[in-house]
Design a protein around this ligand. Structure first.
Ligand code: PYC
Length: 412
């Protein structure tokens, strides 16, 4: 560590410019965004830089990125199952590809390729279907056989010896991993320099609605008047919507993950097995980052559990027996708001001025840039962009579901 860095650490980083500033809470803003994660901050950034709307407050009850944005496994991909989903997530991948340049900040996006293993004939059929839908939408995605899987990931056992032999895989070359906190900080900085106020430790306790229109929010730091509120929360999607009197068809489940001690680089592709309920990648620090399916019961708990560790260790070892001596360093949990069709809910609600960006289940982080951009367009123009029209709240009444369960990394 350089002497300069040590000096800066000791004197409170006095000479480093802050990435975002603190402000006193104004009593009125043009727009209030609830949730200081990558989604809320991306929306603030696009409101400011694409629409010139800068009188915006982002309210975060803890610190920015402390929710789902800091609790995911940082996987980016667009190999979904429905045309609507593929189109949407593909636009997100494109924004991630240009993010480091756009934000002038190294978000460490590594498009190392994404492999979803199939261990049953049913899974092979689903992968084949996904590959077809993906390519029709212009997304690189192929069904590959064990010899090619072994070439891409030599440490996987592709023989017929394992209990669940690998029959094929969906290979998605643009998929990869990113540094999730860099995404949050990059958006926060660029929203801040354009005049957005980021308020941490600011919890929303109520949403005010009069005559069917939103008029303000109540917070632990006082009341704010506004005609536009975006609910960009994960875990509290339905709780905040309830405050505005809008019912969201969401159930909240914890999703756990963990990292191992750092290892020499040996895994340069993201590996997912839906049948074994595992996704695993190796970070630039050498740690293996891995996770499983959501906990089997609805809850708001963000505690890690021993049963999760036992389950994931067993399943990872079925794929990579050579990891048996590797130690787990830490584990964590985030909250996933699951919708009935496993697709998000974005856009306007029956309450005028109250918009939602919720119901992401296990797909939220990877959608941050495009979702922020689309919601900013909704707020600025009052219209729903075509790309997100299929994800409106009214689809549950109209029966136009966008079933994405088959694109989940692991079972739900
Ligand atoms: O959808 O790629 C994914 C994912 C990985 C972990 C949670 N969701």
């Amino acid at each position: 560590m350089s002497i300069k860095l040590i000096r800066q650490a000791l004197n409170g980083n006095g000479r480093l410019p802050r990435m975002w500033r603190s402000h006193s809470l104004k009593d009125r803003y043009d727009a209030v965004i609830i949730g200081g994660g990558a989604h809320g901050l991306a929306c603030a950034y696009y409101l400011a830089c694409e629409h010139g709307i800068t009188d915006v407050a982002v309210l975060e009850k803890r610190y920015i990125g402390s929710g789902g944005s800091g609790r995911n496994t940082a996987i980016i991909r667009s190999n979904y199952l429905t045309p609507e989903g593929v189109r949407f997530y593909n636009e997100s991948v494109k924004l991630y590809e240009q993010m480091a340049t756009e934000l002038d900040f190294n978000v460490m996006f590594s498009q190392r390729g994404h492999l979803t293993l199939a261990h049953t004939d049913g899974a092979v059929n689903t992968m084949r279907r996904r590959a077809e839908v993906n390519r029709l939408e212009g997304v690189a995605s192929y069904l590959i056989r064990p010899d090619e899987i072994a070439r891409l990931c030599p440490c996987l056992d592709v023989s017929d010896h394992p209990r669940y032999p690998i029959l094929a895989a969906l290979y998605h070359p643009p998929g990869g991993i990113i540094r999730h906190d860099a995404v949050v900080w990059g958006y926060a900085h660029h929203a801040d320099v354009r005049g957005v106020h980021i308020h941490q430790q600011t919890e929303v306790t109520g949403v005010e609605v009069q005559n069917g229109k939103v008029t303000g929010v109540e917070t632990n730091r006082g009341r704010i008047k506004t005609g536009t509120v975006l609910n960009a929360t994960a875990g509290w999607g339905s709780t905040i919507a309830d405050m505005a009197g809008v019912k969201m068809p969401l159930t909240t489940f914890p999703l756990q993950a963990c990292v191992t001690e750092p290892l020499k680089p040996f895994l340069d592709v993201v590996v997912v097995s839906g049948s074994l309920h595992v996704y695993i990648s190796q970070s630039d620090r050498g740690e293996l980052v891995m996770g499983a399916s959501v906990d089997p019961f609805a809850s708001y708990s963000m505690e890690g559990s021993l049963s999760f560790l036992e389950g994931i260790a067993g399943h990872v070892l079925e794929l990579f027996p050579s990891l048996s001596q590797v130690r787990i360093l830490r584990q964590w949990a985030g909250l996933c708001d699951m919708s009935p069709d496993y697709s998000p809910i974005m856009g306007f609600t029956p309450v005028e001025g109250f918009l939602v960006d919720v119901g992401w289940g296990t797909y939220g982080f990877k959608a941050s840039p495009i979702c922020g951009k689309m919601l900013a367009e909704c707020i600025a123009t009052g219209r729903t962009p075509d790309l997100i029209a299929p994800f409106c709240l009214s689809r549950f009444e109209d029966g136009r579901l966008v079933g994405e369960k088959g694109a989940a990394s692991v079972g739900h």
